[in-house]
Design a protein. Structure first.
Length: 82
């Protein structure tokens, strides 16, 4: 899988009940760490989600909104056999 467009989502809900997260860059399921903290803006929440396998990330905050940082996959120098 490849995807490096910062305007596209990095994660999607997955599974029959929709409670899992799937990385759209490397295909990992349930390998996403999600953190939510009070925003430094003084209202709302800052959130971050990061794939533990490839490092792709999504962040949101009340001032700048949503931002995606897709990782290069496969990582440079790695060779994956089909």
């Amino acid at each position: 899988m490849t995807g490096t467009d910062p305007d596209e989502p990095v994660f999607e809900t997955y599974g029959p009940d929709g409670t899992s997260l799937r990385c759209l860059i490397c295909g990992a399921v349930d390998e996403v760490t999600v953190n939510e903290v009070p925003s430094m803006a003084g209202y709302g929440q800052d959130t971050s989600a990061r794939c533990n396998r490839c490092g792709s990330a999504e962040t949101t905050d009340p001032i700048f909104g949503w931002h995606a940082t897709p990782a290069t996959w496969p990582r440079p120098g790695e060779h994956h056999q089909p």
